[in-house]
Design a protein around this ligand. Sequence first.
Ligand code: ZN
Ligand code: ZN
Length: 103
Amino acid sequence: MTPTAIGQAGPRALRIAWADGHESLYEVRRLRVACGCAACVDEWSGENRLDDAAVPQDVRPLHIQPVGRYAIQIDWSDGHATGIYPFRRLRELCGCAACRADP
Ligand SMILES: [Zn+2]
Ligand SMILES: [Zn+2]
């Protein structure tokens, strides 16, 4: 469950190539809305604190950096920078047809 390459695939998309040969394409705003940090999701209840409507339609990653060997951290254009995306979660968020079909 390790990415071999992470990069922008146009202004609205992020592409991750995985060590197992899988390739994921993400609409960037969807990743922003899926942020699992303590400011966006209540740590205790798991309740979503983030108002989806408050996330700008044109939000985009300004900077992406690795966090250890297990995650990436994304600085977003809306000023949100505490979001850490573990690789496992990113793989779960993969929107390709093969992954959606996998229960
Ligand atoms: Zn967040
Ligand atoms: Zn996939």
